[in-house]
Write a protein that binds this ligand. Structure first.
Ligand code: SF4
Ligand code: SF4
Length: 202
């Protein structure tokens, strides 16, 4: 019993003589250490709304809601739930969509709503079955990433056609009526509907 008491006494004296480990924040400005993982900061220009970060976020702080009618995806990031693990940054497909700040750490507030951020992204919807394909920016990102190989996908080709608007008519949309037909393979279709057309008319 004697030795442990002496050891504790030595610890107490050492602690009294060494400077405090904690900082005097908020009285004194706190400078976080290098590679500190603070608030995940989203760069909307480089975020394509692909869903990857939501799938890897351990506490489900990132969620997505798709509205096929409005063709819109709402991304909700709740930093009240965030554990600052950095998984969203590590798995971001563009590498620049979200980066943990090494300076922003003080996010305490009395209102939980202040810790929530939203983004809106345009969705691509299958013109036959109405299924959500992905966001337009996500598909464009894949285009840029894989270059001409992207055109091996009919969907990519069709999205490019839509963008080029080669027809002088303002509305180049062709409505899908009475089931899928061969011509519809050049429409914006989800992989399931596209497979149906291709298998039927091969
Ligand atoms: S840092 Fe971790 S917990 Fe926070 S949003 Fe990113 S993945 Fe989710
Ligand atoms: S993984 Fe990156 S690009 Fe995809 S939604 Fe998250 S932040 Fe945006």
């Amino acid at each position: 019993m004697r030795y442990p008491k002496l050891r504790e006494l030595k610890e107490a004296v050492t602690s009294l003589l060494t400077p405090a480990y904690t900082t005097k924040y908020p009285g004194v400005e706190h400078v976080p250490f290098e590679k500190f993982r603070g608030k995940p900061v989203v760069d909307n220009e480089n975020c394509v709304g692909c869903e990857t970060c939501a799938n890897v976020c351990p506490p489900h702080a990132i969620t997505f809601t798709d509205d096929p009618v409005k063709k819109s995806r709402t991304i909700r990031r709740d930093y009240g739930k965030c554990i600052f693990c950095g998984q969203c940054q590590d798995h971001c497909i563009t590498g620049k969509g979200v980066i943990l700040s090494d300076k922003i750490f003080d996010m305490a507030s009395f209102d939980r709503a202040q810790a929530v951020e939203f983004q809106e992204k345009e969705l691509l919807i299958c013109k036959n079955c109405g299924a959500v394909i992905t966001t337009r920016e996500h598909l464009q990102f894949i285009h840029r990433k894989i270059g001409p190989k992207a055109f091996s996908s009919v969907l990519n080709l069709n999205v490019l056609n839509e963008k080029l608007k080669l027809s002088e008519d303002k509305d180049v949309d062709v409505e899908i009526r009475d089931d899928l037909k061969r011509k519809d393979m050049f429409n914006i279709l989800c992989p399931n509907c596209l497979r149906l057309v291709l298998v039927k008319y091969l």
